[in-house]
Design a protein around this ligand. Structure first.
Ligand SMILES: [Zn+2]
Length: 455
């Protein structure tokens, strides 16, 4: 098998604190067989390919552990669950893999969607039918009555095509877990809490500590990973004690939670990007602002920064997720903002944040997909960046700085044609956003007071 030799003036392995100079990568069968100084590299054979990366900064392809690949940049829960068939969601997801790739993200973890959507996208890519990022796929989010994904009233329930699956009893939980394992997920997501609070404002966990342990043990027994959504102290604590692989958010964790996480070896993916975008970009007329969601998130950010800083200082390992797939976090746009947030809000060094976004986040990928670092034995997924993210991590959000994306040593040109968002998503039937009284018509200058009085 012919080898490919990549000369790198500046190389960041994803495992260290600094970049190395004058390095060479050698790739065979899509895997690194040499990573080290050019001086001591094995000789280049006749006819073998040599890639010169010039002044580019070479680093591992980025990993986002929280991208909702099939949500279609949704504006509402109805957008996610009601208006689009699972088949269309999968096709749409396949389309948006290109936007993710073009942003330098060569691996994504998809935490929760209906049926076989992300599984199908993953299988089509793995079969070589399409070129796309490596995908860790999941199925429905395991939910309970107090969970995030049990969005709709109890009389609606959770039909099969919803992204959440109501599992209110142990029997239902275990049956759902075994169904998902059979269908070939890489991970399962449990919604450990949601918008349910005690009178003192504390989040209520949707599952008991016992139930959580029971589910996580069964998922691990079946060889799958577990991600959980948990804002509140109680949910974080139960998840950590049960030994889940990654906790999304963990904003209200306390010292007991931190201790439990350190003991179990769980990771935390703050996934602040969605909150940051929402508080900064949502306009006053948008439902997100009017409903108080944005101002609630502002308070969550304050508490979250405090607690997450403490956790990182105590040694809790961070991963990076963006919650891409919503209208406030469109695909390919904001994935790398999370890296900037880890530096600016939580005080990580650029190298720490880059490791979080590469080698640490890669731990959520299937064991067969060893990625996330430039290291012998790992798959040769890497990117070329114009400029050093070690000097300024924010440059990773500038598309023109991502000068080359390689999967298994092969350069990929992602296809990102323009598209009409109204034909891809946003099929809501909402027709009006305010109450059109006669008084309001006058205020808007559509009617005059005299026409009103005549009536
Ligand atoms: Zn999410």
């Amino acid at each position: 098998m012919a080898r490919t030799h990549v000369n790198c003036n500046t190389l960041f392995t994803g495992l260290e604190d600094t970049a190395r100079q004058h390095q060479r990568l050698i790739i065979e069968d899509g895997v690194f067989t040499y990573v080290g100084p050019q001086d001591s590299a094995p000789a280049i054979g006749a006819g073998e390919e040599v890639i010169d990366t010039g002044e580019h900064f070479v680093m591992p392809g980025l990993v986002d552990v929280h991208t909702h690949l099939v949500f279609g940049n949704a504006k509402s829960e109805e957008d996610i669950d009601l208006h689009v068939s699972p088949e269309f969601r999968a096709l749409r997801g396949l389309f948006f893999t290109q936007h993710v790739l073009a942003a330098g993200y060569t691996s994504v973890v998809v935490p929760g969607d209906a049926g076989q959507c992300s599984i199908s996208v993953r299988n089509a890519i793995n079969a070589g039918m399409f070129t796309g990022p490596r995908i860790a796929a999941s199925s429905n989010v395991i939910s309970n009555r107090q969970s995030l994904n049990d969005w709709f009233p109890s009389w609606v329930g959770t039909p099969e095509y919803f992204s959440g699956r109501l599992c209110a009893t142990r029997d239902e939980q275990i049956a759902e877990i075994r169904r998902q394992a059979k269908d070939g997920v890489d991970l399962m997501k449990i919604a450990m809490d949601g918008p349910h609070f005690r009178p003192n404002g504390e989040h209520i966990a949707a599952f008991t500590e016992d139930e959580t342990r029971f589910m996580v043990d069964e998922i691990h027994r079946l060889g799958k990973k577990v991600a959980v959504h948990a804002y509140g102290r109680e949910a974080v604590l139960y998840a950590a004690k049960a030994g889940v692989d990654v906790i999304f958010h963990a904003f209200f964790m306390d010292d007991e939670c931190i201790e439990a996480i350190l003991k179990s070896g769980s990771h935390v993916a703050p996934t602040f990007t969605m909150l940051a975008n929402n508080t900064e970009f949502a306009e006053p007329y948008e439902a997100s602002t009017k409903s108080g969601y944005a101002s609630m998130q502002r308070r969550v950010i304050e508490a979250g920064c405090r607690n997450l800083k403490k956790a990182f200082a105590a040694g809790v390992p961070f991963m990076t997720g963006s919650d891409s797939g919503f209208a406030i976090t469109p695909y390919g746009e904001w994935h790398a903002r999370e890296i900037e947030i880890l530096v600016d809000w939580l005080g990580l060094s650029p190298a720490q944040a880059l490791r979080a976004a590469t080698s640490v986040s890669a731990k959520m990928m299937p064991a067969t997909q060893r990625v996330g670092a430039l290291e012998v034995g790992r798959r040769a997924d890497f990117i070329r960046v114009d400029g050093s993210p070690l000097d300024n991590v924010a440059i990773l959000q500038e598309r023109q700085r991502i000068c080359g994306v390689y999967l298994g040593g092969r350069r990929i040109e992602a296809q990102v044609p323009g598209y009409d968002p109204n034909r891809v998503s946003d099929f809501n039937t909402v027709k009006w956003s305010e109450l059109h009284t006669r008084q309001r018509a006058v205020e808007m200058g559509k009617r005059t007071l005299s026409t009103l009085n005549r009536q």
